[in-house]
Design a protein around this ligand. Structure first.
Ligand code: TMP
Length: 228
């Protein structure tokens, strides 16, 4: 597989073309941003860990029939993935109230939700990724109703699987964000990454934060937490 030209650079990853038009290379940077790029830093080795963690999770999801873009990890920082057109919606799944949910609605921090809550955010940095409803998605035809219902089910399957996977290593999956894309054959698959950058992960006993909140809230020891 030949690495081609840079196609896109985002806040945490770079996308390169390959000699296969259906495949691209996803490169994980050490850059960390929060609050829509207002807070920035470089965390040595973060990209290497996220590459491995996301590979592990996406491989496991593939094994239970959750189709996703990962083909294989190529090296310490790069993965070969299928090219998709990313759907401009961030799907957030929550099990425990924290973060923007507590701020927006005054729900008490740490409340265990009656059932997993799925929220949609419009993926647009200029607008600060605003919260949107199912009706916005259907009205603006970002997805048709069948695809949206299918993605909602997929979000729940992913949540149940990841909750169990993390529970087995004494970590609570508090919430996470995922993205989906359409392949050249118009099939919807899970894309992007699943890592401590995109999840909230708390130690079961101590509730120590093992995710990007350590960076967002200046809690220190970001890399130790990601390694743990
Ligand atoms: P929130 O509570 O800030 O809305 O975050 C919900 C989840 O989504 C949390 O696991 C962190 C993740 N997330 C991202 O992956 N990217 C983002 O830009 C934001 C705001 C949150």
């Amino acid at each position: 597989m030949k690495k081609g030209k840079k196609l896109y650079e985002g806040k945490a990853k770079i996308i390169f073309a390959t000699n296969d038009k259906n495949l691209i290379i996803q490169h994980f940077k050490d850059d960390a941003t929060a609050f829509n790029n207002q807070k920035k830093s470089i965390i040595d080795g973060k990209g290497i860990l996220n590459n491995r963690i996301s590979e592990h999770i996406l491989n496991n999801l593939n094994q239970i029939g959750i189709n996703n873009h990962l083909v294989k990890r190529i090296n310490m920082r790069e993965q070969l993935v299928r090219l998709v057109k990313v759907i401009p919606i961030e799907f957030v799944v929550r099990n425990i109230a924290t973060g923007s949910l507590t701020k927006r609605l005054g729900i008490e921090e740490g409340t265990i939700l009656n059932e997993p809550l799925i929220e949609y955010y419009f993926k647009n940095d200029d607008l600060g990724d605003p919260l949107i409803s199912r009706e916005h998605i259907l009205n603006f035809e970002w997805l048709d109703v069948v695809s949206l219902d299918w993605i909602n089910k997929e979000c729940k399957r992913i949540n149940y699987f990841l909750q169990g996977m993390f529970r087995a290593i004494n970590i609570k999956l508090v919430d996470f964000k995922i993205e989906f894309g359409k392949t050249n054959e118009n099939k919807i698959i899970l894309a992007d990454e699943i890592s401590p950058d995109t999840c909230r992960l708390w130690d079961v006993v101590s509730e120590k934060k093992l995710d990007k909140d350590r960076f967002r809230k200046d809690l220190g020891n970001v890399m130790q937490a990601y390694q743990e």
